[in-house]
Design a protein around this ligand. Structure first.
Ligand SMILES: [Zn+2]
Length: 307
């Protein structure tokens, strides 16, 4: 095992790289703009970033990459990526050729979960579910320090399951629910993403507001905003209960913009017991430690620390 680990977070606008020492200490961080729509230039930019981090550290590194998509186990090619120029390419194989070493690759929600499980909010826990509640809803499962993977490369992707135990509210029925870009209706993502909260609030109150504005208004005592936040808490509690029933994690870590809503960490565990199949629930719900750095740090953690 190499003593240095480099994590690369490949985003739509920037590529960020971090170098971690064997003990997880952050040695250096760099970022460059993502070459727009140019696959070959993207490969070259990643290779240059790795070279710069290695030369600063004076040693060769094990390299992990976080991407906004997944490598299809069947084809070996990238799928589900919002950076369209990546789709259909064998990014890991191309980088391995360019860098002359094996490269590990995972999607951004998996990197988030792994980072928080390794030395973040889930450090020391045996089982961690990490979920990003942002413009979309994704998740990853970590057991004994390793990401759980499967034949479809979708472990932990709960965002496109239906919202469970649907309710009827004064302003409307949760069924069949909003139409999702995936083609189905009523997906968890359509309720628990930031845009999902904004849409629900608009539907119930007739007011257009961002998630941040809704939370601020709720704190200030606005009745409609408080009701919207209350529905959000209720839905998150129900949705997480299904994850707890299947995976029984010690810790659930929230990430993404919605993880900044402080009330979630008290209110959701107060309610999820109603839906979890157990007389008591000892799972902890925690905010992230590394926040926006989780993608790049998790990519580095795709390689175990040298021992
Ligand atoms: Zn969906």
């Amino acid at each position: 095992m190499l003593p240095l680990r480099v994590g690369i977070d490949l985003g739509g606008t920037k590529i960020e790289g971090v170098a971690l020492a064997a003990d997880g200490r952050e040695l250096q961080r760099r970022r460059v703009a993502t070459p727009t729509g140019d696959y070959e230039a993207t490969l070259a930019a990643i290779a240059a970033l790795v070279a710069a981090l290695e030369s600063a550290a004076g040693t060769r590194a094990a390299v992990g990459i976080g991407i906004p998509g997944t490598i299809s186990p069947a084809s070996g090619l990238i799928k589900n990526a919002n950076s369209v120029c990546l789709i259909g390419h064998a990014l890991d194989k191309d980088l391995e050729r360019l860098l002359g070493r094996p490269v590990r690759l995972a999607n951004d929600a998996d990197c988030f979960a792994l980072s928080e499980a390794s030395d973040g909010a889930g450090a020391g826990a045996r089982s961690v579910f990490g979920t990003i509640l942002g413009t979309g809803v994704g998740g990853g499962l970590v057991y004994e320090g390793r990401l759980i993977g499967g034949p479809n490369a979708i472990a932990g992707e709960w965002g496109h399951n239906p919202l469970p135990w649907p309710r009827i509210w004064p302003h409307g029925d949760e069924r069949p629910g909003p139409k999702c870009y995936c083609g189905r209706m009523g997906c968890i993502e359509t309720f628990l993403s930031g845009p999902g909260l904004a849409r629900d609030h608009a539907g119930a109150s007739g007011q257009t507001a961002t998630p941040e504005e809704i939370v601020a208004a709720a704190m200030a005592g606005d009745v409609a905003a408080r009701a919207s936040l209350d529905r959000y808490v209720d839905r998150l509690a129900r949705a997480l209960a299904t994850v707890i029933n299947i995976f029984d994690p010690e810790v659930v870590v929230l990430g993404g913009g919605m993880s900044k809503i402080a009330q979630l960490y008290d209110e959701v565990p107060r309610r999820w017991g109603k839906w979890v199949f157990s007389d008591r629930v000892d799972t902890k719900l925690r905010p992230p430690v590394h926040g926006d750095s989780s993608g790049v740090r998790g990519a580095a953690w795709l390689w175990p620390a040298a021992s």
